[in-house]
Design a protein around this ligand. Structure first.
Ligand SMILES: [Zn+2]
Length: 155
């Protein structure tokens, strides 16, 4: 694999008027964390179009309100990924950053339709691909935070 050294900037903007929507999501996300303490992943399902959201959303893209929680699996498919490494920081050696790149992946858990983000552990970047199957690496003790969802391993 060839590594490129130039920095890539992608123009864009965030619509900050969605703050209230994000605040409303917190209560839904708390339900996910409580279910995780029982060893389950849950998502909410739209009655209008059937979309299953993980993380749960208060409003569907079809403008209905997802009103049912369903259990989803802890296995997932990689839909996109990127990784870090000292090659990304000109003038910094591998030893100064870390010998092991971090792999950040967009994944869709089985039973849901939306992407979430996790690190993939136990593989090198050139072993990762879109469509790769992974499994959530449950922490020894689930704390009920986003960190519980931070790691996946290949299936
Ligand atoms: Zn919908």
């Amino acid at each position: 694999m060839e590594y490129k050294k130039e920095t890539i900037a992608i123009e864009g903007s965030w619509n900050m008027s969605s703050w209230e929507w994000k605040f409303e999501s917190i209560a839904l996300i708390r339900k996910v964390f409580e279910a995780m303490k029982e060893g389950k992943l849950i998502a909410n399902k739209c009655p209008g179009c059937g979309m299953v959201y993980f993380m749960p959303k208060p409003y569907c893209r079809c403008l209905s309100e997802p009103d049912e929680f369903v259990e989803i699996k802890d296995t997932a498919t990689v839909t996109t990924y990127t990784f870090t490494g000292s090659w990304a920081y000109e003038g910094i050696s591998d030893e100064e950053v870390s010998g092991t790149p971090l792999i950040f992946a967009g994944i869709v858990f089985d039973g849901s339709n939306t992407m979430t983000v996790a690190n993939i552990e136990g593989v090198e970047p050139d072993q990762v691909s879109v469509g790769m199957r992974v499994k959530l690496k449950w922490p020894d003790k689930v704390e009920g935070t986003l960190n519980d969802l931070a790691r996946c391993v290949p299936l």
